[in-house]
Design a protein around this ligand. Structure first.
Ligand code: APR
Length: 166
């Protein structure tokens, strides 16, 4: 049974175990989904992020969800698209793999991802969607801790690109 699904909407509204943030290396907030998550979680999220010492691209770090319905936020930093010759695909795959690993380690059963790097970081959406699904399905095939992965997409373009992977 496929444990992945696609949802159009605002990731900050989901009442699930964890939502993933498309952050930057400082982990100190930003625009896009990063800004939305910090606004919805409240100032305590930033306070905890300040204790984490940043995050490398492809890595993931976990915090509580504070005022969000989600109990945890997993912060990951996607690659900035530089034409595809700077290991962007491997870094993006690592974002999904490391976020799922961290979720499994924290007994998280339901997790939602935004379209990492598909906004300000300029990753070609079709390719990013393929990496998201392939990496996630590979992980889910190897471990059964996680029961549901929801890809939450905001724009029409991303939604259409993701649907092609169903
Ligand atoms: N819920 C779900 N998806 C959202 C939301 C939301 N509330 N807001 C934006 N998105 C979508 C965007 O439309 C895009 O498809 O999330 C995807 C990722 O876009 P960005 O948020 O721009 O993230 P990214 O491309 O990874 O760039 C990260 O932007 O906000 C800064 O601090 C962040 O420097 C980092 C960079």
């Amino acid at each position: 049974m496929d444990k992945t699904e696609i949802l159009r909407g605002d990731i900050t509204t989901l009442d699930i175990d964890a939502i993933v943030n498309a952050a930057n290396t400082t982990l100190l907030g930003g625009g896009g989904v990063d800004g939305a998550i910090h606004r919805a979680a409240g100032p305590e999220l930033l306070a905890e992020c300040r204790t984490l010492g940043g995050c490398e691209p492809g890595q993931a770090k976990i915090t509580r969800g504070y005022d969000l319905s989600a109990r945890f936020v997993i912060h990951t930093v996607g690659p900035i698209w530089r034409g595809g010759t700077h290991d962007e695909a491997r870094t993006l795959a690592n974002c999904y793999r490391n976020s799922l690993k961290l979720a499994a380690e924290n007994e998280i059963r339901t997790i939602a991802f935004p379209a990492i790097s598909c906004g300000a970081y300029g990753y070609p959406i079709e390719e990013a969607a393929g990496i998201a699904f392939k990496t996630t399905r590979e992980f889910l095939a190897m471990s059964d801790e996680i029961q549901k992965v929801i890809f939450v997409v905001w724009g029409e373009d991303v939604y259409n690109a993701y649907r092609k992977n169903l």
